[in-house]
Design a protein around this ligand. Structure first.
Ligand code: HEM
Length: 514
């Protein structure tokens, strides 16, 4: 009995001690006030990398410096949520996002998310039951075991892209970018709703995406720092943000609802083709609740945006890098040539005796091609900074990580770590033929319970785009082949990062296919 009391008392003391220690734990180190923040406007992940070199693989910042000038004196009123913690180590990410995923799977939250009506978009849903249900729907259509059912769609879209690349006006970088984007938009919309997107949908969606970006811009909206302002009526002086947000929400609700209603109507008349929406609605039990249907609608509404920019970004990066490395293209071409008995020439020709183009099933033989794709992910990580939030306060290695803090995983920096990757700023397509080198695609799609549900689908499309493009074209830089241009490549700043200019020309390998 006595020993039980001693054990009980020890446990109690240990718990008390850990609570006291937790209270006392500090935030990770902060950048020196004298350090220049000017680099944060352009690809902040590079400045964070520099800071990590001095501060270590985990450091913190107060976000109230981004408040509008007039409100800065009130910054001390901000809750813990105004802390940002930057992580520059895969080991720490695995520990937090994967091993402690129960805690680290929430997303940063801005009152503007709600005002803009984006709260049911999967990327923004707080961690919990609703998110799990939405992810189950995505998993049912996109998991690695079933993803092959979308092969016919992916093949059709890549074939069309090849013809569009052939017909693209030479030297018009903007046109090329639009061509790539149209192909990806078509892919994502057909996956989700089974038909081509209308011009109206695309322009409304482009506007809605701009509005989401504007709504989340740090420091732009006082309501993001002072949520109480959400309750200010629209007519109040200085509340024009409420009207702007309401109109943006109305637009968003419509672009999520209209295509969903169209699929429902097509299903009623038996004319709906396979799609995420028709498949998931078809799988519902007869007497399912309106909430289940609404979840399918809002989850579908998340797919287009989530998949488009990131997929465009990596395709553009690959095209630009390949254009600067003709020898890599030749290596890929030879690998494809050796793998297939013959390489196909134009598939829009009537000649039925043509050899075939590479297909998704060929990819397992194309190791060098796979290594090149991984290197592109490493060289210009499509989502350079990954944002998660802990749902309760936590301690990591003596550092305090407060509930609601933004955790920014600096994936770009992790991919440019000199200790892991030799010559990290160079492009070495064969780098990953050595399987001991860490594979960047194992974390470029996120880690843990929020990891990208579209990874298998995206990779299937991307691989086919690369092998078919190299099979049919030589990709040339507009100014002529020059490897030295690599260092002058510029990439955009945003949630996704792409080459600033996609200045390549696609020259058909077969001169008869002009
Ligand atoms: C190369 C293309 C793509 C890249 C690099 C990419 C990358 C990512 C990343 C980094 C995340 C955040 C993961 C995290 O927070 O841990 C994410 C989330 C997401 N992705 Fe992708 N993605 C791609 C394509 C796609 C596609 C094709 C789809 C849909 C078919 C898709 C759907 C989503 C969704 C719905 C989320 C939100 C998940 C959540 O918050 O729980 N993505 N993606």
């Amino acid at each position: 009995m006595n020993s039980l009391i001693v054990i009980g008392a020890s446990c109690f003391l240990a718990t008390l001690l850990s609570i006291v220690l937790r209270r006392k734990a500090d935030l990770p180190p902060v950048p020196d006030a004298s350090w220049s923040t000017s680099g944060l406007a352009d690809r902040p992940w590079r400045t964070y990398k520099k800071w990590s070199k001095s501060l270590g693989p985990i450091f913190s910042m107060r976000r109230n410096t981004t408040l509008p000038t007039l409100l800065r004196p009130f910054g001390f009123l901000l809750p813990n949520a105004s802390t940002t913690i930057v992580i520059d180590s895969l080991d720490i990410l695995v520990e937090l996002f994967q091993k402690r995923s129960e805690i680290f799977s929430d997303r940063p939250w801005w009152p503007m998310v709600q005002l803009l009506g984006r709260q049911d978009n999967v990327g923004f849903i707080p961690y919990g039951n609703k998110l799990r249900e939405a992810r189950k729907l995505l998993h049912a259509e996109l998991n690695p075991q079933v993803v092959r059912k979308w092969e016919p769609l992916v093949e059709e879209i890549t074939q069309k892209l090849m013809i569009d690349l052939k017909n693209a006006p030479k030297g018009d970088a903007d046109h090329l970018r639009r061509t790539i984007r149209q192909s990806v938009e078509s892919l994502m919309f057909r996956l989700t709703y089974g038909v081509e997107p209308s011009e109206d949908f695309l322009s409304q969606m482009a506007e809605a995406s701009k509005q989401t970006g504007a709504g989340l811009q740090p420091g732009r909206w006082a309501v993001n720092s002072f949520p109480i302002l959400t309750y200010v009526p629209e007519w109040a002086p200085g509340a024009s943000f409420k009207k702007w947000a309401r109109q943006a929400k109305e637009r968003y609700v419509k672009i999520v609802r209209d295509p969903f209603d169209m699929v429902k109507a097509d299903m009623k008349y038996g004319t709906a083709g396979p799609s995420f929406v028709s498949n998931r609605l078809g799988a519902l039990k007869e007497k399912s609740s309106p909430a289940s249907k609404k979840l399918i609608m809002t989850t579908a509404g998340s797919v287009f945006n989530a998949g488009t920019d990131s997929t465009c970004s990596i395709i553009e990066t690959l095209f630009v890098l390949l254009s600067l490395h003709p020898s890599v293209q030749e290596h890929i071409y030879k690998e494809i040539f050796d793998t297939l008995s013959t390489i196909s020439i134009p598939f829009d020709s009537a000649n039925s005796s043509l050899p075939r183009l590479p297909e998704p099933r060929d990819m397992k033989y194309l190791e060098y091609t796979e290594s090149t794709i991984k290197e592109a992910f490493r060289f210009n990580t499509p989502v350079p900074l990954l944002a998660h939030t802990p749902s309760i306060s936590n301690i990591y290695s003596d550092w305090r990580i407060p509930k609601g803090a933004w955790i920014l995983a600096n994936l770009w920096s992790i991919n440019h770590d000199e200790k892991t990757f030799k010559d990290p700023y160079g492009f070495q397509a064969d780098r990953f033929l050595d399987h001991a080198v860490r594979d960047p695609t194992s974390y470029a799609f996120g880690l843990g319970r929020r990891a990208c549900p579209g990874v298998s689908f995206a990779m299937m499309f991307l691989r086919l785009v690369v092998v078919r493009t190299v099979s049919l074209f030589e990709i040339l830089p507009i100014e002529g082949p020059s490897k030295t241009n690599l260092k002058e490549l510029h990439f955009t700043t945003g949630i996704t990062s792409s080459p600033k200019v996609v200045n390549c020309v696609f020259k058909p390998r077969d001169s008869n296919w002009q």
